[in-house]
Design a binder for this molecule. Structure first.
Ligand SMILES: C[C@@]1(CC(=O)O)C2=NC(=C\c3[nH]c(c(CCC(=O)O)c3CC(=O)O)Cc3[nH]c(c(CC(=O)O)c3CCC(=O)O)/C=C3\N/C(=C\2)[C@@H](CCC(=O)O)[C@]3(C)CC(=O)O)/[C@H]1CCC(=O)O
Ligand SMILES: C[S@@+](CC[C@H](N)C(=O)[O-])C[C@H]1O[C@@H](n2cnc3c(N)ncnc32)[C@H](O)[C@@H]1O
Length: 256
């Protein structure tokens, strides 16, 4: 009988991507905490010139001497996402880091850090599908609390009641597409806000949802800001922001 190797998340060789939750380090899972503290090699995505949200989240947790590999996006907002140049740059960036992580994993386990949950608009997905297809190293992914969960808790209000349908959309959609989606949603979450806030605001206005909308910037972190969207301007909204509207579905009312 062949003895099975432990999975990367159990300390075995290979690559494990760890979801770190929305920002407050105490909202990390016990498993994520264990893997981050024990890591000898970590990799994380970031925009050039920025520290990286995932890397900031593990400040003070990494072991002394842990090797750090910053995977810096060649572009984020500099080129249109549907331009051939953007698509090609990103595809080569993911190919390159897939091969580099594979090589690093030959020398010991690699822990990839990811803000929120890795399978919810997380960059690691692009490496995951490549690594899985190549099949050269064991692969594992540890779930994390998504950023939007931290954000609706930051407002102190439940997000869905009764039959409410929750729709999650991205601010990168066109205004008409946002309107179409908002019209059929009771509760809604708009991710990827940043410079898309004016368009999101117009779509909320057109669907009569603006008054009920909230804006949460950097939810659950030290720089968290929570406001009614109607009370804030469109200026300088960070990419790590979420617009949300709570559902108002059926609920048995209290007697007092
Ligand atoms: C182009 C654009 C389009 C879009 O979002 O669709 C896009 N990112 C945009 C902006 C942006 N991205 C980042 C910043 C700086 C944040 C800061 O530092 O403040 C800014 C803002 C800025 O530059 O101003 C950094 C960043 N991005 C991701 C991570 C890692 C992670 O979260 O895992 C980190 C590191 C964060 C960190 O930890 O620090 C992840 C993703 N970003 C993607 C696309 C997808 C991959 C690309 C692809 O394969 O196509 C993917 C995988 C998500 C997905 O799959 O959707 C959009 C323009 C939106 C617009 O039009 O306004
Ligand atoms: C590339 S996606 C990554 C999502 C992440 N994997 C998750 O599970 O939340 C980035 C978007 O997530 C949202 N986001 C994630 N964490 C957030 C937080 N703590 N506060 C506000 N927005 C957040 C923002 O809308 C941002 O544009």
């Amino acid at each position: 009988m062949s003895s099975r190797q432990p999975r990367p998340s159990q300390g075995g060789p290979g690559i494990v991507c760890v979801g770190l939750g929305p920002g407050d380090p105490e909202l990390m899972s016990v498993k994520a905490d264990r893997l981050v503290r024990g890591a000898r090699q970590v990799a994380f995505f970031r925009k050039k010139g920025r520290p990286g949200k995932a890397r900031q989240l593990v400040d003070g947790l990494l072991a002394q001497g842990a090797a750090e590999h910053a995977m810096e996006y060649p572009v984020t907002t500099e080129l249109p996402v549907d331009s051939p140049a953007y698509v090609d740059l990103l595809a080569r960036f993911y190919d390159d880091w897939c091969l580099r992580l594979e090589a690093l994993a030959q020398t010991g386990q690699v822990v990839v850090l990811c803000e929120g949950d890795p399978f919810l608009y997380g960059s690691f997905m692009h490496l995951y599908t490549r690594l899985r297809e190549r099949g050269q190293v064991p692969l594992d992914v540890v779930p994390g609390i998504p950023g939007m969960v931290g954000c609706w808790h930051a407002t102190g209000e439940p997000i869905t009641w009764g039959d409410d349908v929750l729709s999650v959309m991205t601010g990168t959609l066109s205004e008409d597409e946002l309107v179409r989606r908002m019209q059929t949603a009771e509760a809604l979450v708009v991710m990827k806000v940043g410079r898309n806030l004016p368009r999101i605001r117009r779509a909320l206005q057109r669907t009569g949802r603006l008054e009920a909308a909230w804006l949460v910037q950097n939810g659950t972190t030290d720089s968290e800001q929570v406001a009614r969207l109607g009370d804030v301007s469109d200026d300088a909204c960070p990419y790590f922001a979420i617009v949300l509207v709570h559902g108002q579905g059926r609920r048995p009312e209290a007697a007092w």
